[in-house]
Ligand binder design. Structure first.
Ligand SMILES: [Zn+2]
Ligand SMILES: [Zn+2]
Length: 152
């Protein structure tokens, strides 16, 4: 997928972020990998192939800057690491405990859609719904285990 660098450049400038080459590459990676909710390390390892001078700290600081400015959202579903999401509209996530995939869940949730602005009288600023379990692919594979296992 090819993303127009000018669009990304404008997105950075709209948020008051100077569009350096490295920031643009980080943003490009996120926009091209919408569904994988990468960690800092995943972004770093991928971009390192193209930018050998890149440091992990730069990627970390860049992502945190994007997060602060609302350019990306954070997904803290695993409990141990931050994942980043280019899709900043609130949506729910599902974590598969077998393959580790984080999947977007399209749920008609009035809170996530912004229709409901308060909960028990409290004003809502953010909505994060986290589901954990076994994704449909892994669940399917569970059902078709090799028959060598004796079940008697
Ligand atoms: Zn899975
Ligand atoms: Zn997501």
């Amino acid at each position: 997928m090819i993303t127009n660098m000018n669009i990304l450049k404008n997105r950075l400038m709209e948020k008051g972020i100077k569009p350096t080459f490295q920031r643009l590459k980080v943003l490009e990676y996120l926009s091209n990998n919408l569904k994988n909710h990468p960690t800092v390390e995943m972004v770093y390892e991928e971009l390192l192939k193209e930018i050998p001078t890149l440091s992990l700290t730069t990627v970390y600081n860049t992502l945190n800057n994007f997060l602060e400015k609302g350019l990306v959202s954070g997904v803290i579903i695993t409990g141990t690491e931050a994942r980043y999401d280019f899709d900043t509209k609130y949506h729910h996530h599902f974590l598969c405990k077998i393959c580790g995939k984080i999947i977007d869940i399209d749920l008609k949730c009035g809170y996530a859609l912004g229709e409901k602005r308060t909960v028990s009288g409290h004003r809502i600023d953010e909505v994060h719904g986290y589901f954990k379990g076994i994704c449909k692919n892994c669940y399917k594979n569970l059902g078709t285990k090799p028959k060598g296992h004796s079940s008697s």
